[in-house]
Each structure stands twice: as structure tokens, then as C-alpha cells.
Design a protein around this ligand. Structure first.
Ligand code: 16G
Ligand code: ZN
Length: 526
């Protein structure tokens, strides 16, 4: 068939280095950008097939998120803006690793197994971040998307691409499938939420933003005019001089527990950092004694879920929303009431997203700052009805309107630094809270994260949302015996999904104890 001939010819322009093996991991393919040209081309092919199969628009995002600038990566976005299904992750790996002469066979194998009609039209949205390599790599994706439907969005944040894929496949019900449509939807919701907050001072409107020298910096600038001064941003690491993710960005701040380079903060000022593709955010501030205070994903989840819970409880009978639940990666020592259920899952957005979908309202955040809120269709419909119902009393109506605008402000397809930032700012304004008051909702136990290099990290197998190891034999016992020596202590060990290391987490009553425990457990792993 002519189609396959074309694939053959074009793939010769994007040859695979012989013997190179890569895996579609937790967040797609990710490695040094020099190794990725053939992968990009092939992911263009695969996205086209996925589009034919689902008869919907599929997204391809070229980014390596918080990784160093030299790296790059690619991930596929399914029709509702979610991560691609596990079976197709497997196809992605097969296709990427097929040697040059095996490519057509691998491709035909997928077509056969999925009974794909090649006559079906395809539509693929491609987006990229600001890395120097992203230009040519996204071009390689487009070469693979040889079907006519390929649409190149150019520079966008990862969540913007997810959003536009979802809009496109829901005939605009989720919003307009353009970057401007995204700005309009979010900014309108933000302005609606904050306009009735009395006496918001300039201090309360001011926020320092570390753009990680990435795409988020560009995009938040574009958005600013839409916000009509309801938020006054001071942008640092805007990409004009510094290197992407270097000494800045959400991952740096979270892991190093210190302010990014270039951000000058005065005591008590709110600051936030995005990561390289703007799907993560963390907040922080400097305390009176100059001490650095981090508000990570756990704190964000607490702020948002307590806000939602408060709004819902204004609907007197809790039967309006009997099923409000919160999910997050880490267990919180926070005063969340029994109405809110905390559930842990394995690491990785797809696991959290999936768990959160089971409830009326699911709040999920990873400690690293990736997260969002999901509303079931039934919950959204109820909110809309209450907001429009003239029989509802004022208090309840106001709560319903707040909820409705809150829903509109959230990017439900995936964690989104810009949307999360606006939500956090709105919640703080509505609740009249300072960053210190937010921080004081609960206190984190001192903790330490370490990574350990081992010969083969895959020998470690875990259970219970990666909180206990089942192999190698004896490891869990070794961890338990060390944990017992400390107070209020816990420690978890798991293989990383993105790096060739084992991750060790420890917490205890003091920083010294947490450090010592993490060290001892590392030795047990080694
Ligand atoms: C990826 C995941 C993130 C997870 C991280 C863990 C997505 C979009 N991102 O960045 O959710 O926390 O991997 O990496 O799924 P690790 O296993 O190396 O700690
Ligand atoms: Zn990211």
C-alpha cells in the first residue's frame, strides 16, 4: 500500500540507532534529546493510529518536564485529555524499539491487533515546550503524522495541549480548542471568583512566579492581560537568559527545599514555581527569621479540599454531595473530617487520576505539585442546577455560584500549574487567608528523600500503594526494624519510574532522626 511505502521512505530520514532500547515510562519516553528523533517520528505514526482507532483527536506533547535542558521526551494524550491507556503504552515501546527493517511489521501488527481501519480519518494535535531540541523533534512527530489531520499548536504548556484535545473531542462543551479559549475560560472564572471579595489589598493580589525558564513563563505572560489586574504577577526565570530548570523550577525547589535562583522574596511574600512544561506547581515563602517554608502538593490538596468541603457544607443537607472524597499520594496529618476520604495510590498521575474519577469530587495531588480536581458529571450538573435555581436561598446560591466558577477554573484533564495557581489565589482571597495561615493548617513531620543507585532496581517489588516491599526477601523486615528505632517514623522504598535509581523516603519526629533513618534504610537497600 502506498501509505506504507511513504512510512518506509520517511522513516529512513529518522533512522533508529541500532540496538537502542527505550521504554514508555510513567510519563512517556524521556532521555537525552539526541536519542529521540526516531521515537518522535514513530510516535507521530502511533498517534495517527490511535486517532483512527478512537475516531477522535489525539495529542502528542514534546517535553521532558522538569528534566535538564539537554533532555527531551514525548507523551501521548487520549481523547478526553487523559494519559494514553496501558495497552498503547506497550505499543509505543514496541514501535520505538523496532529496528529499522522491522518497523513496518511492528506497525502492521498494531493495526491488526486493534483492527484499525486505515481508511478512517485521523486528527492529531502536536505541542512542544521551549527546549532547543523541541523544534526539530516536534517536526519529526509531524513527519510521522502523515495523515492530513495533523495540527501543530507550536509552543504550549502540557496542560494546554491536554485541554485542547479534550475541547476538540467534546465539541466545545469543555471550552474552545485554542490557547486564547483557554485564557478566556480560566480568567473569566478567576475574575468571577475574586470580584466579590471585599477589600483585597495590592499585597493580596501580588504573587512572585518562578517560570523555570520554560514554557509556563511565556504562557502566563500571555495570560496576564486577561486577568485585568486582579492578580499582579512578578515573573522570574522567564527564559530570557537562564537555562531551563537550572537552579529553578518546582522540582528544584521541592527537592532542595530552597528558593530558586533569581527570586528575591521579602518575608511573608507568596511565591510559586512551575516546572519546565507547567504541569506542576509548588508555593513557598520566607518566614520572619528568614526560614524557608515550602507548601507542596500535600498542602495544596489540603487547602483546596477544605475549601470545597466548606462550600459543600453550606448546602445544609450533605445529601447534595454525599460522596466528597480526597485522594492524594501522601497521607496527611491534617484535620480533614470524616466526610473526606484520603486514599493513596501508586506514584504517577495516571493512577491518581483514575482513583479520583471514582468519586463525585476527587482532589488529587502528588507531593511534587502535580495535581487537579475532578468533578463527576452528576456533580457538575447538580452544581449548575443549584446555581440557577431561584428557590435556593442566597447563602446556598452564592456557594453554588462559587462552586460553578471553581469548576470552570480547574483544568480537569491533568495537573496544570497556571490553573492551579489561579485556584489557589482565588481560594486564599475568598477565605481571607495569608500564606502563613495556609501553612498552619497542619504541620509536616520532618522528612528526607534520598536516591540510591543499585545494580538492578527492578528487583524491588512493592505493594500497598508502594508503601511496602514484597521483594527482595527480607528487605521490608530490614526497613521495619530500622523504623522501630525512631519516633513517629515511617520509611518507604520504591524503584523510580523515570530514573535508574531507587527512591527512599523517611520521616520522623526530628530532622536528625529523619536524615539518619533515610541513611540507614538506604544502606539496607544497597
Ligand atoms: C512522572 C510522573 C509523575 C511522577 C514522577 C515520579 C506524570 C505526568 N508524571 O514525572 O506523576 O510523580 O514521574 O517519578 O505521570 P519517579 O518514579 O522517578 O519518582
Ligand atoms: Zn511537568
Amino acid at each position: 500500500m502506498a501509505q506504507f511505502e511513504e512510512v518506509s521512505q520517511k522513516s529512513a530520514v529518522h533512522p533508529k540507532p541500532v540496538g537502542l532500547v527505550l521504554q514508555y515510562g510513567t510519563a512517556g519516553f524521556r532521555t537525552n534529546s539526541k536519542q529521540l528523533d526516531h521515537v518522535m517520528f514513530r510516535m507521530g505514526l502511533l498517534a495517527t493510529l490511535r486517532s483512527k482507532k478512537t475516531k477522535a483527536t489525539i495529542g502528542v506533547m514534546v517535553t521532558a518536564s522538569h528534566n535538564p535542558e539537554e533532555d527531551n521526551g514525548v507523551k501521548l494524550v487520549d481523547p478526553m485529555g487523559e494519559m494514553v491507556t496501558p495497552a498503547w503504552e506497550g505499543y509505543a515501546t514496541q514501535l520505538a524499539n523496532a529496528e529499522q527493517e522491522e518497523l513496518l511489521t511492528a506497525l502492521k501488527d498494531i493495526i491488526e491487533r486493534e483492527t484499525i481501519s486505515m481508511a478512517q480519518e485521523a486528527s492529531v494535535f502536536v505541542g512542544k515546550d521551549t527546549r532547543p531540541s523541541s523544534d526539530s523533534l516536534s517536526q519529526a512527530v509531524l513527519d510521522g503524522v502523515h495523515a492530513l489531520g495533523g495540527h501543530n499548536y507550536g509552543l504550549v504548556t502540557t496542560p494546554q495541549l491536554h485541554y485542547m484535545v479534550c475541547c476538540q473531542n467534546t465539541q466545545g462543551r469543555y471550552g474552545e480548542a485554542t490557547v486564547k479559549g483557554y485564557y478566556r475560560k480560566l480568567s473569566q472564572a478567576f475574575i468571577q471568583l475574586t470580584k466579590n471579595v471585599p477589600n483585597r489589598t495590592d499585597d493580596q493580589k501580588a504573587l512572585l512566579v518562578d517560570g523555570a525558564n520554560g514554557i509556563g513563563a511565556l504562557k502566563v505572560c500571555e495570560m496576564e492581560t486577561y486577568l485585568k489586574n486582579e492578580l499582579q504577577l512578578s515573573l522570574f526565570n522567564d527564559g530570557s537568559s537562564g537555562k531551563l530548570n537550572h537552579l529553578c523550577g518546582a522540582d528544584y525547589v521541592k527537592v532542595q527545599q530552597r528558593a530558586p535562583k533569581g527570586v528575591e522574596m521579602t518575608a511573608g511574600e507568596r511565591c510559586c514555581s512551575y516546572d519546565g512544561d507547567a504541569d506542576r506547581i509548588v508555593y513557598y515563602y520566607s518566614g520572619s527569621a528568614g526560614r524557608f517554608h515550602l507548601l507542596d502538593g500535600d498542602k495544596i490538596a489540603t487547602l483546596i479540599s477544605t475549601y470545597l468541603k466548606e462550600l459543600l457544607s453550606r448546602h445544609t443537607h450533605s445529601s447534595v454531595f454525599p460522596d466528597t472524597h480526597t485522594h492524594m499520594r501522601s497521607v496527611l496529618t491534617s484535620p480533614l473530617s470524616s466526610q473526606v476520604i484520603v486514599r493513596c495510590t501508586k506514584t504517577g498521575v495516571k493512577h491518581l487520576h483514575h482513583a479520583a474519577q471514582e468519586f463525585d469530587i476527587g482532589v488529587y495531588f502528588e507531593a511534587n505539585g502535580h495535581g487537579t480536581v475532578l468533578f463527576s458529571k452528576a456533580a457538575e450538573e447538580k452544581i449548575q442546577k443549584l446555581a440557577q435555581d431561584s428557590n435556593t436561598n442566597d447563602e446556598r446560591r452564592r456557594a453554588a455560584l462559587l462552586l460553578q466558577n471553581t469548576v470552570n477554573l480547574i483544568n480537569q484533564t491533568v495537573g496544570d500549574a497556571i490553573s492551579d495557581m489561579l485556584l489557589i489565589e482565588a481560594v486564599l482571597a475568598i477565605r481571607g487567608m495569608t500564606v502563613q495561615q495556609w501553612d498552619a493548617i497542619y504541620t509536616d513531620l520532618p522528612n528526607r528523600q534520598l536516591k540510591v543507585k543499585v545494580a538492578d532496581r527492578r528487583v524491588i517489588d512493592t505493594t500497598d500503594a508502594e508503601r511496602r516491599t514484597v521483594s527482595p526477601a527480607g528487605l521490608q523486615e530490614a526497613i521495619d526494624s530500622r523504623v522501630k528505632k525512631y519516633r513517629q517514623a515511617r520509611s518507604f522504598v520504591r524503584p523510580s519510574g523515570t530514573e535508574d535509581v531507587v527512591r527512599v523516603y523517611a520521616e520522623a519526629d526530628t530532622q536528625e532522626s529523619a536524615d539518619a533513618l533515610a541513611h540507614e534504610v538506604s544502606l539496607a537497600v544497597y
